[in-house]
Design a binder for this molecule. Structure first.
Ligand SMILES: [Zn+2]
Length: 178
């Protein structure tokens, strides 16, 4: 690889390190791809989207880290990434899945957690540093009460658990910390 030392690349901390206008445009196109299971969240909110690169020939490589293993949503996400990039004018697209380091709900953005809550799904609690992944208490997204209980480990999808609020008696989905 020969790089041209005379290019106007900023020395450090510049806005376009590792990116061109195309790379920015490609990332913007991909970042709005929704999660099929929780459509209010984008793959960017989830932290599934790791990297978008455009080479000199306009080929795009997108790196994603799947959420829960076996989540069928990943195939949908991959197809949506491709069509979003084609719509943005990129013809040559490859999507690479990187499994390590494994995705965790800690990668979800604060914006993503806020959107979940507005959608009526309790966002994942931080996993903390211990090995115990039990959620001790989950706040009801309807009334905010901590007086809740788990009804079923698996809610509408494997990624969510079904909880019940003892205060307002409303069942709700909890996006499981992982
Ligand atoms: Zn409630």
């Amino acid at each position: 690889m020969v790089t041209d030392a005379a290019t106007s690349r900023p020395a450090d901390g510049g806005v376009c390190v590792g990116g061109t206008d195309d790379a920015v445009r490609a990332r913007e196109a991909v970042a709005v791809v929704p999660d099929p299971e929780v459509p209010v969240l984008t793959i960017d909110d989830l932290g599934v989207l790791r990297q978008v690169e455009v080479d000199d020939d306009g080929r795009v490589e997108v790196v994603i880290t799947p959420t829960y293993s076996g989540c069928p949503a990943m195939d949908t996400i991959e197809a949506d990434i491709r069509s979003a990039l084609v719509r943005a004018g990129f013809g040559d697209v490859s999507v690479r899945r990187v499994l390590s380091p494994a995705w965790t709900t800690d990668w979800m953005s604060e914006e993503g957690k806020r959107k979940l809550l507005e959608y009526g799904i309790a966002p994942p609690t931080p996993r903390g540093s211990g090995p115990v992944s039990l959620a001790l208490s989950v706040r009801c997204p309807q009334c905010g009460s901590m007086n809740t209980e788990e009804l079923s480990r698996f809610g509408s999808t494997a990624c969510k658990a079904l909880w019940l609020c003892r205060e307002c008696r409303e069942p709700f989905d909890y996006f499981k910390a992982h």
